[in-house]
Write a protein that binds this ligand. Structure first.
Ligand SMILES: Nc1ncnc2c1ncn2[C@@H]1O[C@H](COP(=O)(O)OP(=O)(O)O)[C@@H](O)[C@H]1O
Ligand SMILES: [Mg+2]
Length: 270
């Protein structure tokens, strides 16, 4: 099976600022990768490269078996139709209702009937606990609710690849858990590939150590003990390169100097 995403020796600079220097990694289909790194490390740049919004200076990038770094914009639209993304800077349309915000891509890019679009919109808003907010305007929502709408919109088209850029940063801890649980459900019940950028290590571990299961028709989120928690892989981006790749327990045990410092700064006790 071809991988969902392949970076091969990718480098990118903005003028004098070399952001990625020979970055290589593979994300298998149906897997989940947590991309960690300090602010400014290049995490969002990696997601934008996957979307084809940026192009590398050298190296190659493939998504679902297709080279996208050399692809024409017209063909990229088709590749992007299989991706859902929720960016750090949430871009909801202020003049559209919650329901319209979530449904607009489905309206434009799918062959679904109006009723089917509406049904899917209500379903994904239900996932993020906002089914009662269909007719609200974005200005009537809290920051956390807006983020959840952005995540619902990213999920609406059942993308094969979900890209989440710091979706839980700035949320209160309770809402962050709600959002994390939705991500867990998508991974375990809809079997999507997910790359989750975060600098909230707490959220990364939550997603890695929880699993969504159906029990007697009910949906449950269960906690795995740390030893079996290989539900997500971690990558740490530092100094223009991936300096770590492995499971959560390997991350905690890493002897890499930067990884140790990063964990020391971000894990309790604070
Ligand atoms: N469009 C752009 N033009 C110039 N510099 C950029 C652009 N996008 C990102 N950068 C620079 O690339 C580096 C990585 O940015 P980014 O990927 O946003 O970091 P983060 O890991 O916080 O998401 C930063 O130094 C940023 O200033
Ligand atoms: Mg970023």
């Amino acid at each position: 099976m071809e991988p969902a995403v392949v970076f091969d020796n990718v480098s990118l600079a903005f003028d004098e600022n070399l952001v990625l220097d020979g970055v290589s990694f593979t994300v298998s289909k149906g897997s989940m990768v947590m991309l960690l790194g300090a602010s400014g490390a290049g995490k969002s740049v990696i997601l934008k490269l996957i979307l084809g919004l940026l192009r590398p200076d050298s190296g190659s990038i493939s998504v679902n078996g297709q080279r996208i770094d050399t692809m024409r914009e017209h063909d990229l639209l088709r590749v992007r139709a299989d991706m859902g993304m929720a960016f750090q800077e949430i871009a909801l349309f202020d003049s559209l209702t919650v329901s319209e915000n979530v449904g607009y891509r489905l309206d434009q890019e799918s062959s679904l009937s109006e009723d089917d679009v509406q049904q899917r919109v209500e379903e994904v808003l239900g996932f993020v606990g906002l089914r009662d907010y269909l007719e609200r305007m974005p200005s009537e929502l809290s920051g956390g609710q807006r983020r959840r709408v952005a995540i619902a919109r990213a999920m609406a088209s059942r993308p094969k690849l979900l890209l989440l850029d710091d979706s839980t940063t700035g949320l209160d801890p309770i809402t962050a858990v709600d959002v994390n649980e939705e991500i867990v459900k998508l991974r375990d019940l809809e079997h999507i590939t997910c790359i989750m950028v975060t600098h909230q290590i707490r959220d990364a571990f939550y997603v890695a150590t929880h699993e969504a299961v159906r029990q007697n028709g009910d949906l449950k989120i269960i906690e795995l003990d740390a030893a079996q928690a290989d539900n997500a892989e971690f990558m740490v981006l530092h100094d223009r390169r991936i300096v770590f790749r492995g499971s959560g327990s390997e991350l905690l045990a890493s002897q890499d100097k930067y990884v140790k410092e990063f964990l020391y700064m971000t894990l309790p006790p604070w």
